[in-house]
Ligand binder design. Structure first.
Ligand SMILES: CC(C)(COP(=O)(O)OP(=O)(O)OC[C@H]1O[C@@H](n2cnc3c(N)ncnc32)[C@H](O)[C@@H]1OP(=O)(O)O)[C@@H](O)C(=O)NCCC(=O)NCCS
Length: 133
């Protein structure tokens, strides 16, 4: 929904502060808006806090381009909940790329049963391809 856009971008900006290796926030926001315009966007709301997480899904490819949870609401099942809904919508195991430096996210995905594609891929320098259960 259009009314979620500001909450989505707030969560995204808060999360990006922990990614010093990423480029300009403005470019990341432009990429996010473009992805949302072409894809399905799932959001998680909490009564007292509003929008606390979101996921962008390229449904036909079963590909997750963005998954971000407000730092104050992590380890509460928000990420796994969004991935579960996305998995149902895609009707296929999901895939995503995670920044090589983002070891926290890789730990989370592995805890959820995701596996890493073996071998480097020149098309995705600086990222690791993971496949979901
Ligand atoms: C990665 C991220 C989406 C996980 O979301 P979350 O809501 O905290 O995840 P959940 O609470 O659903 O946890 C799912 C599982 O991952 C585990 N997990 C979550 N964060 C973890 C961490 N930092 N280290 C180890 N395990 C972790 C949980 O314990 C849980 O495992 P369990 O099912 O065995 O209990 C969230 O940390 C995040 O937004 N990170 C910043 C943005 C980011 O890196 N996005 C990914 C880009 S590809």
């Amino acid at each position: 929904m259009q009314s979620d856009n500001s909450g989505i971008e707030t969560v995204f900006r808060d999360c990006l502060t922990a990614f010093p290796w990423r480029g300009q926030q403005t470019e990341e926001i432009i990429r996010l808006r473009h992805a949302i315009s072409l894809s399905d966007c799932l959001v998680a709301h909490e009564l007292s806090a509003g929008l606390i997480g979101f996921l962008v899904l390229e449904r036909k490819k079963a590909y997750v381009s963005h998954l971000f949870v407000n730092p104050d609401w992590r380890l509460c099942g928000v990420g796994s909940g969004l991935l579960g809904v996305a998995r149902d919508m895609a009707r296929a195991p999901l895939q995503l790329d995670v920044d090589t430096q983002n070891e926290t996210a890789v730990r989370a995905y592995k805890a959820m049963g995701w596996i890493e594609k073996v071998g480097p891929d020149p098309n995705r320098a600086g990222q690791r391809r993971l496949s979901g259960p």
